[in-house]
Write a protein that binds this ligand. Structure first.
Ligand SMILES: Cc1ncc(COP(=O)(O)O)c(C=O)c1O
Length: 465
């Protein structure tokens, strides 16, 4: 989703400087000329965007989307961004259509979200939580998980507070933390040592707990964890979560547990908040109807947690966007009410696992290793054995980035398949950790996956034995 925002937000400085300074309109009379130029210069300085949105470096979404548009291999098979290539199920689509006919569903929702959705969530999550969350105080609806997380950071971060984030991270965390003035302390996840020669479970991506402990300071206010993980596909084990939670309880660090892929797990999945009452007290759990119901464009998400924390998230959300889209909240409420009886959650897992196996067969065929996902809809493949021909022409903005960017460019140009270079989700110092990996989103129709596989067969001639 950030791919849609960033390209627009990152450009204004260049547009303004060419629009106002270089191509200024001709003034009518000479004496005004100087004055006009002076005021344009003044204007252009004043119109400059704030540093938080004016990054210089092109982001991964712009690079991949522009490369895809310019590739000679049209149409491109886009396995880059994590949007679904198919619709939400009928019962949810119908609920959305019906909601549009109801007067109250087209008006403002309560700032904390529609009561029906909060109640439906409370009931739907009860089997996982061991109790029903209070829909009035322990759940708040947000405009997608992303705005929910922004609200959480806005609610608790003061300038200079530190937030621990694991690499690779979901890119929106960074700006969301920096907006209220938070300082990010990064802790890298490490791929399996033999990841370049062996296909192994995504569980083999690990964090070094000494590194994590060293990252904690008296200013650490929050820690962000994502499970099931994008892009790695790891589901953190109970033992790993317990170690992280212990550190957070000891240091009274708020845990933001991003569990947007919580209905897509292929191994036992533990929810951070359910570890113990002490952990629940400091944990905000993030959910997304976009991910749950194949509707990333609906922008419905939620945060669940103790009333003492949720009240401040809800307060921030009220200031940021007041309330979230009404008819689609209603549709999501119906989605949660009916999902079990429709067998939807089990179907989701089965369908996505089938897509995983269908697509990953290509890596087995090519002899390229990958991480077998334990959850979510991304797969990380290791292209260490792919040799890009000597002197292959890369544009400067790709040439200066790590090898995974070059691999992504090469695949788009040569095969017409778009994937995401994951070093974008690491800091520059740690980018080398994933320079041989690429992330593929498999939430696409089977025929698209087959098309991608056929194209990827074109890699054979570039694979060193
Ligand atoms: C890990 C993670 N968290 C949050 C989100 C955002 O979810 P939403 O679309 O509900 O804002 C995404 C979307 O890609 C994600 O991958």
């Amino acid at each position: 989703m950030s791919g849609l925002l960033l390209p627009i937000l990152r450009r204004p400085s260049s547009l303004i400087s060419t629009g106002f300074v270089v191509k200024s309109p001709q003034p009518l009379v000479q004496p005004q000329r100087h004055h006009l130029h002076y005021s344009y210069r003044l204007m252009s300085a004043k119109l400059k965007p704030a540093a938080r949105v004016a990054g210089n470096r092109q982001d991964v979404w712009t690079i991949v989307n522009e490369a895809a548009a310019a590739s000679p291999r049209q149409p491109i098979v886009n396995m880059g961004q994590g949007f679904f290539g198919y619709n939400p199920p009928e019962f949810i689509l119908n609920a959305a259509k019906k909601a549009l006919d109801r007067v109250e569903c087209n008006q403002y929702s309560p700032t904390r979200g529609r009561p029906r959705l909060r109640k439906a969530l409370s009931k739907a999550y009860a089997p996982h939580w061991g109790r029903e969350l209070d829909p009035e105080t322990e759940i708040t609806i947000t405009t997608g998980a992303n705005e929910g997380m922004l609200s959480a950071f806005m609610a608790f971060i003061e300038p200079g507070d530190e937030v621990i984030v694991f690499e690779p991270f979901f890119d929106q965390y960074i700006s969301n933390i920096e907006m209220p003035g938070g300082k990010i302390v990064y802790v890298p996840m490490h791929p399996p040592k033999e990841g370049h020669i062996k296909t192994l479970s995504a569980s083999e991506w690990t964090i070094d707990f000494d590194e994590l402990e060293r990252a904690v300071t008296p200013r650490t206010k929050m820690l962000v964890i994502n499970t099931p993980h994008n892009p790695v596909g790891k589901v953190f084990s109970r033992a790993e979560l317990e170690r992280i939670a212990e550190l957070c309880v000891k240091n009274q660090i708020i845990i933001l547990s991003d569990e947007v892929y919580d209905r897509l797990f292929y191994t036992p999945f533990t929810r951070m908040a359910t570890l113990s009452p002490e952990v629940e007290k400091i944990t905000l759990t993030v959910g997304s109807a976009g991910k749950n119901f194949y509707a990333t464009g609906w922008r419905v998400g939620w945060l669940m947690g103790p009333a003492e924390l949720i009240q401040y998230v809800a307060a921030a959300h009220t200031r940021i966007c007041y309330s979230s889209v009404s008819p689609l909240q209603e549709a999501c409420a119906i989605g949660f009410e009916e999902a079990d009886q429709q067998g939807f959650w089990t179907q989701c897992i089965e369908d996505m696992q089938n897509k995983m196996s269908r697509f990953n067969a290509i890596w087995d065929e090519l002899g390229l290793p990958y991480s077998i996902p334990e959850g979510g809809y991304f797969v990380m493949a290791n292209l260490n054995k792919v040799e890009i021909p000597e002197g292959y022409p890369f544009p400067p903005h790709v040439a200066e980035r790590p090898r995974d960017f070059k691999l992504a460019w090469f695949l788009i140009q040569e095969l017409g398949v778009a994937a995401i270079p994951p070093s974008e989700f690491y800091t520059d110092v740690n980018a080398h950790i994933v320079e041989d990996w690429l992330r593929f989103a498999v939430c696409k129709p089977d025929e698209v996956l087959e098309d991608a596989k056929e194209r990827l067969r074109g890699l054979k001639k570039f694979i060193k034995q």
